[in-house]
Design a protein around this ligand. Structure first.
Ligand code: ADP
Length: 202
């Protein structure tokens, strides 16, 4: 039996984490790309070792952890180094994501991936689910959550794929312009649909 995988995505502050947690409350396993991306460069990992060999040990903090700020600075200004890093980490992250999904024991799995379409991870999933939000709410919720001003959030939004692009690629859409209760209702409805689809799938 192959695992039925839902790829969950959305822009910054759209509500991906909130939605994923609602699926988790229903007993569905989550595989989170951000968590795995941290694990593959954790202390003593093969990923971190290769990064330190490539960039030198001063890419590490005194305690041996990856200095993310330093790494971000390098890859922000140097496309070639960014490419090198992506070529190293993307396959590792992808492999771990697939492994975790196949280890899951629930009826289906929710894969949470901020750059699902951009990094081609939508090819690994059975269906894509986009959390959609209007830009005003996205600005206010994100700036409150991250304690940054709305202009900074607007810059991040401008650097990401557009709302229209994501929506054009979505199989399913959750609208997050309302209350948590509205989200809960939509999650419940999708959950029932997904359970039915997994029955047809097997
Ligand atoms: P993402 O994971 O997509 O970046 P989050 O799930 O962290 O987004 O949501 C962004 C912020 O908005 C969080 O502080 C979250 O608690 C809040 N939030 C999400 N959905 C709602 C909602 N329907 N009503 C009020 N606040 C919400």
């Amino acid at each position: 039996m192959s695992q039925f995988i839902i790829g969950l995505t959305g822009g910054i502050g759209s509500g991906k984490t909130t939605v994923a947690n609602l699926f988790a409350e229903l007993g569905i396993e989550l595989v989170d790309a951000d968590i795995i991306a941290r694990e593959v460069v954790a202390i003593n990992s093969n990923g971190l070792q290769q990064i330190a060999t490539h960039f030198g040990n001063n890419i590490l903090d005194n305690d041996g952890q990856l200095n993310r700020a330093k790494l971000r600075e390098i890859i922000f200004t140097d496309d070639q180094q960014r490419l090198w890093l992506n070529n190293l980490l993307h396959p590792m992250i992808r492999e771990q994501m697939i492994k975790r999904c196949h280890q899951a024991t629930t009826a289906y799995v929710i894969m949470v991936v901020p750059l699902l379409f951009e990094n081609g991870l939508d090819r690994l999933v059975n269906r894509t689910l986009v959390v959609d939000i209007n830009e005003n709410l996205q600005l206010s919720r994100t700036s409150i959550r991250d304690n940054v001003n709305e202009q900074q959030v607007a810059n991040i939004i401008a650097s990401q794929s557009s709302r229209e692009y994501r929506l054009s690629k979505a199989n399913d859409v959750i609208s997050n312009n309302g209350k948590i209760e509205d989200l809960r209702r939509q999650v419940m409805e999708l959950h029932n649909n997904y359970i039915n689809l997994t029955k047809n799938n097997n």
